[in-house]
Design a protein around this ligand. Sequence first.
Ligand code: ZN
Length: 453
Amino acid sequence: MITTNYFDPANNTRSGDEIRAMQDGLIVRQLAYCHERSPFFRERFAAHGIDPRDIRGLEDLRAMPVLMGKDDERRSAEESREKLGHPFGMHLCAPLEDLHLTATTSGTTGVPTFSYTFSRDDIDRLSGAIATRFRNIGVRPGERVLFCFALGIYATTISLFGLRKARALPIDIDARAGTEVMLRMAALTRPQWLSCTPSLAEYLAARAPEIIGMEVGELGLRGLILTGESWATIPGMKARIEAVYGARAYDVWTPAGHASGHSCDSEAYHGMHGIAPELCTSYQDLIDPVTRAPIDPVHGAIGEMVHTSLQREACPTIKYAYGDIVQLLLDECPSCGFRGPRIKLVGRSDDMLIVKGVNVYPAAIKSVVAEFAPAVTGDMRIVLNAPPPTILPPLVLRVEHAPETGAGDLDDLARRIAAALHRTLKINPRIEFVPPGTFEKATRKTPLFERRY
Ligand SMILES: [Zn+2]
């Protein structure tokens, strides 16, 4: 039985070819719309010598060069602030009076961009996809979802529209209110679900006994809905969170309102399932992060995801490379039977290393090393003697061994880890062991590099 439904139920019975044919029609319409409405897109098309009328569908779109990156978006926003007095960018395609919601990413790097700017119809469609995601995960009408993110002007706010559309009741707490407020509200309101970042979920679990006098496992949650960090592919992390909460943890994603997807109800992690192919072509369009050339979207392919909106009115994107490196999975999901494309997040293009011409992602190295637990703690650093991405071999990894691993076992362990890394990632690293607890534990994103330059 297929338990993961598409946003548009008609897609549940369509073949892959029929879904792509539906996308072809939407691509032609979206490109014509953007060309007509926005000087930014007219300039981008002209700069690459592209007449949008020549793009007949997905095949032509995949062959097109990338038109936008984060810097182009930032420049476009700067220009609209100067010329038009608003922050939404020259790629804004709708009149200002049609805008209904705006939000930014967390803005940790540079000036934030208002990538989450939507018209009323945009919100209707996207919140519908998000509601489908919550229903697929098992959120039922009337259930309470403790929703703990930085709210207000931030991206996650759009999810509240989807939660309400699924007729769930969000208990929305701005995560900046602090751990104590979040835990006390959990104890008071007894939600069935918790939605937050994975690192916050772990932190709340650690603090609960001291603050509310109970383990998070006693809250009786039915599940966790986690987003904002690449976590589900780190071996052991999903199982650890599920064990401490006594509930299933799901991975969800909607970068800049695209690629709406979620993982399914399964012990093993089978990636995020792309449930809204009528809203973007993100699951069909990958490029090599270095050469920027298209990558054949075959099962197992790894590349940078390129977003093109379909049916977006306010701030559509066309061939927008955002830096997320994903692995594409095209077989039927072994757990839920979903037949559409799925992806696993592999890393960010700005983290990528090149070792003897091979592209390597730190998160992928860490996953392989962590598989050697309990002989290792899972914590490690990649030594950089010069600015990345190119590494002069050998690639040096400093790996924490576990307290119980004896000095006599380390040579053999190093050989086995190096062999596994060679087999899976085609690299020949040098492993240096350090005692457990050497690396400082980060409460937010764990650093993977030790920079010595
Ligand atoms: Zn599945």
